[in-house]
Design a protein around this ligand. Structure first.
Ligand code: NAP
Length: 273
């Protein structure tokens, strides 16, 4: 039941209509008996959104595209890991002081928790914000990073920051990587026939991690399974980064609950509309 004591949390972005965050976080609040409600706010101006966070106030904010980088100079403090990644997806408002965090990297670590990465050759396809969080984790784990982006300069910048080799398309031909991570929107609904790499590049016994979670099984994941590789969906990352946001805000553990099932059901519902 909402009351005048109910705390406001939010997801902010532009656009925001596709966000699953309100569904997921509000389900956490019900299950965990937290007197809070999450709403979605769309605004192209990050300055206006930050003013709203301070004024209302919004206690926990989840940030999505395109504001994950531009929000950094507007915060009072930024966690060291988020600063290294150059991307903030979470703000905790403590008595008016806004501190930024990156929980995408926690979602990535959980999704890859059983993957041996030390010394393994990894291809990160796409060199945007999510790719930087992947590269941060790969560097921490001692993997050999290879970066590809259709904007070559972005792949070079990522490698300057995290180490590794920026590749042109031709240089990848015939190469098989131990781990392939799709950190681009290639394959995202409705372009489900698209796939970032030719299936011959997928190594038998290797690992393919697709950050795309809509559809739940992308063409890349399907082809990974066909080739005898392990396919990991972006849904794990999505759920785990959200749970970490709540842990940061509430300062306690969150119990196990069927959050994956909730989001799977919603994604299937959206697709059948
Ligand atoms: P972003 O900052 O826009 O970066 C996307 C990158 O992919 C850009 O560098 C873009 O290059 C590149 N790219 C796009 N199409 C490409 C293509 N055909 N070939 C090569 N590179 C291409 O977005 P992001 O936040 O990093 O997100 C990337 C993907 O991860 C999205 O699909 C997003 O939904 C997903 N994601 C999932 C989670 C999760 O929890 N599972 C969390 C965050 C993001 P240009 O600059 O040249 O366009």
């Amino acid at each position: 039941m909402l009351s005048s004591a109910t705390k406001l949390t939010a997801v902010i972005g532009n656009p925001i209509g596709h966000s699953l965050s309100p569904l997921l976080h509000n389900d956490i609040y019900v299950r965990e008996d937290v007197d809070a409600v999450m709403l979605a706010f769309q605004n192209p101006s990050i300055a206006e959104l930050v003013s709203a966070i301070r004024a209302l106030p919004i206690h926990l904010t989840a940030i999505t595209l395109p504001h994950k980088e531009s929000i950094i100079p507007l915060l009072d403090e930024v966690d060291e890991k988020a600063l290294s990644i150059g991307s903030v997806n979470t703000i905790i408002n403590t008595d008016g002081k806004l501190k930024g965090f990156n929980t995408d990297v926690v979602g990535i670590a959980v999704a890859l928790k059983d993957a041996p990465l030390k010394g393994k050759s990894v291809l990160i396809f796409g060199a945007g914000g999510a790719a930087r969080a992947v590269a941060y984790h790969m560097k921490e784990c001692g993997a050999k990073i290879h970066s590809y982006d259709r904007t070559f300069k972005k792949a070079q910048i990522l490698c300057e920051k995290f180490g590794g080799m920026a590749l042109e398309l031709d240089a990848m031909n015939g190469t098989q990587f131990d781990v392939i991570v799709n950190a681009s929107p290639v394959g995202l609904h409705p372009n489900t026939d698209a796939t970032p790499v030719p299936k011959e590049m997928i190594k038998k016994g290797g690992i393919v991690f697709d950050l795309v979670y809509n559809p739940l099984e992308t063409r890349l994941m399907r082809e990974a399974t066909e080739r005898g590789a392990q396919a990991i969906s972006g849904l794990t990352m999505l759920v785990e980064q959200a749970l970490e946001q709540e842990r940061l805000w509430l300062g306690r553990e969150i119990g196990n609950a069927p959050y994956y099932v909730l989001l799977e059901r919603e994604l299937n519902k959206q697709r059948n509309k």
